[in-house]
Design a protein around this ligand. Structure first.
Ligand SMILES: [Zn+2]
Ligand SMILES: [Zn+2]
Length: 275
């Protein structure tokens, strides 16, 4: 059974519900042994204290966020391991700015996310009605994903098929090649990816990355971890049974956990019976 969840949000980002403690309590109630708190990092690629108040916490909220997670880590020690994380945008040519922020705080791990392609959010539906060629969008998205892996800034690469969330279907026949090229770059960089169940909540048929990509990643020896990307306390551990089945099928035997930015692979004890 999967007993970890490395991706969670709360009210500070402006689009999630509840406070951090609500998510920790939900994790305990669901039998998790570890929960990673990873709210959206401030938007350092825009000026001002709080340029996108419904997307990410303000710059002056980061200190309080870190202090609160550290306090709760102590409070719940012995019941659940609380990890201090953060989900950061990957922005080309801003590696140094972000590295400085990550160094300033005692993060257990940093998640890197490609949230914008050609300056448009990956979850923006209007992209697809603007006459753009889908394959060009995928190529650009996966170029950035590969670059985020090569940057060495991140411990976890987030939702590596998020661009598909609201994309037109059927997908182009060349899409798997584009994805596999990015996975090869991720493997070469030694990076770890999450299997993120918000995919089921957004595009409904697959997690991020897709089940096919999880199999390919396993083949390439890319380490993986589990994440629900919860934005409500009741989404903690969301659909972990489905991911367990996919991981078992792919022959995955370990999952990644983090402390002090060190990756620790733990055995993944499958309880799923396959027929
Ligand atoms: Zn969010
Ligand atoms: Zn994200």
């Amino acid at each position: 059974m999967i007993t970890i969840d490395y991706h969670s949000h709360h009210y500070r980002c402006g689009h999630a519900q509840g406070n951090i403690e609500d998510y920790i309590k939900a994790g305990i109630n669901k039998g998790l042994t570890e929960i990673g708190i990873s709210d959206h990092a401030p938007i350092y690629w825009m000026d001002g204290n709080d340029p996108l108040p419904t997307i990410a916490m303000a710059k002056n909220e980061l200190d309080g966020y870190v202090e609160e997670v550290l306090r709760l880590k102590d409070k719940y020690a012995g019941q659940i391991a609380v990890r201090l994380g953060i989900e950061s945008d990957y922005i080309e040519d801003m590696d140094e700015t972000y590295a400085k922020v990550f160094e300033k705080y005692p993060f257990d791990y940093v998640i890197g996310s490609v949230h914008h392609v050609s300056k448009i959010n990956v979850f923006e539906r209007s992209r697809w009605t603007s006459g753009v060629k889908a394959l060009d969008v995928y190529r650009e998205y996966y170029r950035l994903v590969a670059k985020s892996a090569q940057s060495g800034l991140f411990d976890i690469l987030a939702h590596t098929s998020a661009i598909l969330a609201y994309a037109p279907q059927p997908f182009p026949a060349d899409l798997p090649d584009v994805q596999d090229e990015a996975l090869a770059a991720i493997a070469a960089a030694g990076a770890l990816i999450e299997v993120n169940t918000s995919g089921y909540r957004k595009m409904t048929i697959d997690p991020f990355p897709t089940a096919r990509m999880v199999e390919k990643a396993a083949e390439l020896g890319i380490p993986m971890t589990f994440s629900s990307d919860c934005h409500r306390p009741d989404e903690v551990g969301y659909a972990r049974d489905k991911i367990e089945a996919i991981l078992v099928r792919a022959g995955v035997t370990q999952l990644g956990t983090f402390a002090n930015r060190q990756r620790i692979m733990i055995p993944f004890a499958a309880t799923t019976v396959l027929c």
